[in-house]
Design a protein around this ligand. Structure first.
Ligand code: SIN
Length: 307
């Protein structure tokens, strides 16, 4: 169902959901002309739909992209820019250049993940604008971790209650940046709850991803590995997904606290490039079955899995 809201400066924002679970195209606004009320409506759309897409936006300069991200909170600086390659001349170290060419051996994000979940305060939101897109291919897929958690059995929810997992950037960043040098003195790693509570929606979301989650704390190694394999496969089920087909200068804004994403690398040797800026989030909050409740009206749609 479409929804519309007045957002100032003569703009009316229209929200068209892609699926009942997640994803919405938002039209009727220019991100460079967004009033405070307009920004609030945009953020509300993000909380409601977990990932939003804005087409036909102006090409943002690095400074404009950085300023847009700053409206969400403190800009996140990627560990690689932060520690391994600090460039004092770079005015906007938070701007990550995404580029895949016919010479690329790997493509950033070509595996299900939540951005930089190996940081102690991982990004809450990421904002990606693509300036060049392949003629066909290069879509980004998103998976709802609210829906993935909701669809687990009651027994599994109890088993996971209170558990934490270790997230590490080592394997991923060695491959992606071909960096055999350590990032500073060590690779980023952090322990996070396996089920986290979203501070704005109040909903529980599964928080593990194939790219960064390495082990489960407190479990024997093999048991933890088997459980993680199950959770990865479960969170990547098509039932929980939406898929965005890019157009030049479209912007995607996703909430890393409740979605995983996967950048599909099916367009080689074509080129795809753009900029991503992420926003620092809170230290992930643990969802507890005995004390946490989903606020009324925020329950979301339950997916019926074939058992
Ligand atoms: C990423 O942030 O993982 C990249 C997403 C994309 O390029 O579609």
């Amino acid at each position: 169902m479409m929804a519309a809201a007045k957002v100032g400066l003569g703009m009316t924002l229209t929200i068209s959901p892609l699926t009942p679970l997640l994803g919405a195209e938002v039209s009727g606004l220019n991100v460079l002309d967004l009033s405070d009320a307009g920004f609030d409506s945009l953020y509300e759309a993000l909380v409601d739909h977990s990932v939003i897409f804005l087409r036909d936006q102006p090409t943002l300069t690095e400074a404009e992209h950085y300023d847009l991200a700053s409206r969400f909170g403190e800009v996140h600086v990627h560990p690689f820019a932060r520690e391994a390659k600090p460039d004092p001349a770079n005015q906007h170290p938070g701007v990550l250049r995404i580029r895949t060419t016919d010479e690329s051996k790997v493509a950033a994000g070509n595996r299900w993940h939540s951005d930089v979940s190996c940081d102690a305060r991982p990004p809450q939101a990421s904002i990606l604008q693509l300036h060049q897109v392949p003629q066909v291919g290069g879509d980004t897929l998103f998976s709802s971790m609210y829906a993935a958690y909701d669809a687990l059995s009651v027994q599994m929810k109890h088993y996971l209650d209170g558990m934490t997992a270790r997230h590490s950037g080592e394997e991923s960043y060695r491959k992606l940046f071909r960096a055999d040098i350590a990032l500073g003195s060590q690779w980023p790693e952090a322990d996070h709850p396996i089920v986290r509570r979203h501070p704005d929606s109040g909903r529980p979301a599964l928080y593990v991803d194939r790219e960064f989650t390495e082990s489960i704390n407190g479990l024997p190694k093999e048991e933890g590995k088997a459980l993680l394999e199950f959770l990865f496969g479960h969170s990547e089920r098509a039932n929980f997904q939406c898929r965005f087909r890019w157009s030049t200068n479209a912007i995607a804004i996703w909430d890393n606290r409740c979605v995983l994403h996967h950048a599909m690398w099916d367009y080689w040797p074509q080129e795809r490039r753009g900029h991503r800026v992420s926003v620092v989030g809170e230290v992930p909050l643990m969802w507890r079955l005995d004390s946490d409740r989903v606020p009324e009206g925020r329950e979301g749609t339950t997916v019926k899995l074939t058992r």
